[in-house]
Unconditional design. Sequence first.
Length: 467
Amino acid sequence: MSLNNLKIRWCLFIKAGFIIIPHEIYSFHSRGILINKILESRFLAALQYRDYRVLWTGNMSASAAAWALIVARGWIVWEMSESSLYVGLVTFLAMIPRVVIPPFTGYLADKYERRKVMASIYALNLTHTLFLAGLMAFNQMEMWHLMTLAFVNGAARSAQMPVGQALVPNLVPKEKLLNAIALNQATMHGSRLLGPLTILPLLASTRIEWAFLTCSLFYIISLVQALRIKTTSSGSMDSKKGFFSNFTQGIPYVYKHPLLKLIVMMAFFHCGFTMSFEAVLPVLSVERFNATSGGDFSLMMMSIGGGALISLIWLAGVTSETTKGKLFLNLGIISGLAPILLAFSPNIYFAIGSAALMGASQAGYMTLTHTMIQLATDDSVRGRVGAVYSVHIGGIMATMNLANGAMSDLPFLRLDLIAGSRVLLPADTMLTIGGILFIACVFISWFIISLRKIYRTGIPHTTVSQT
C-alpha cells in the first residue's frame, strides 16, 4: 500500500471506554493482538476486565462533572460576594454531607446491589445540575440557591464514594487491586484536568449555564455506564444482629483493626492539612496573580489534575510492596511541601507547577491509602468501612475548607517576610501552616511501629481482616 493510500484512523473505543488509540488499517486479528498488548501492560492491567472498564469510564465522566461544577460554582460565588468566606462556606456545605450520608449509603452498598445504588446516585446528580442550569438560564440564581444546591450535590457525591470503593474489588482479581484503584483514582484526580478544561471557554461567557449543562451531559454518560455493569455484588448482614448493629458495624471494625485505624487517621490529617484548598484558590488567582476571570483558577485546578493523572498512571505500574511502602512515606512528605511552594510562588507559571506537584503527591498518597484499606477489609463490610473512611476525610475537608476560607479574609494573617521583600497573603499563610503541620504528622508517624513497618516493607496482600 502506497503512502498516498495509507489511511490513519482513530478507531478503538475499548467497548465501554473512551480510550482512543491511533493505528493504521490492520486486519481484525492484528487489531485484537494490539488491543490485548495494550491492556496487558502493567499500567492498564485492570482494564482487561469488561465491567471494570465500564465502571472506570463512568467514574471518569462523573468526576469530570464534579470538578467542573466545583470550578464554575466557586467562581460564581466569588463574583457574587468577592469573599473567600462565602466560597469556603459553599465548599463546606458541599463537603459536610460526607459526615452524614456515607453511613447510609455504605449500609445500602452492603445490603443491596451496588451497581443499582450507584445508578440512583448518578440520577440524583443529573437532576441537580439540570436545576442549577435552569436557575442560571432564567437569571434566578441567588446565594442561598448555591448554598442549598451545594449541599444536595455534596450529599450525592458523598453517597457515591463508599459504593464505588466497595464495587471496585468485586470487578478485578486481588493482585490487580492497586492497579484498579490507581486507575480509578486517576478518573477522580485526572478529571480535575478534564472537567475544568471542558468548561474553561464557558467561564468567560455570560451564558455560564452551559457549563452546568456540560456537567449534566457528563452525568448522563455516568448513569448509562452504571446500568451497563453486569457483575452482581453486595455485602452481607449478620442475621443475628439488629439493624443498628449492622448499620454501625464499620466503626468498631476500623477502630479495633491494628492497621486500619492508623491508616485512616493519617488520611484524616492529610486531607485536613494539605487537600482543603478549594476555598483559597479563587482569592489567590485574583489577589496574587491579578486574574480578571475564572481562567487562572481553572488553570490551577487543571494543573492539580494533570499532576495527579501522571502520578497515578505511573503508580498503576508499581508492583513491589517495598516500593509502595517507601512511596507512602515520601509522597506524604511531598504533600506537605507542595502547598508551601504554591504559597511562595512568584508568578502564575510557578504556581501552576506547584499545583501540579500538589496533585501528583496528594493523589499518589491517597491511592496508596485506599489500596491498603481495601486489602485490610473483608468484602462483607467494605461499604460500611468505606463509609467510616469517607466520614473522616469528608468531615475534616469540609471543616478545613470553611476555616481556610474564613481565615483568608483576615488581615492579620498577611505577613511581611524578609523586611517586606516577600508578602504572604492570608491564603498563602494558611497553605503554609497546613503543609508544615502535615510534615510534622509524617515525622511523628515514623515512631509508630505499625506505620514504620509499612514505610519499610509495605502492606502484604495476605493481610488478615478483623471481623
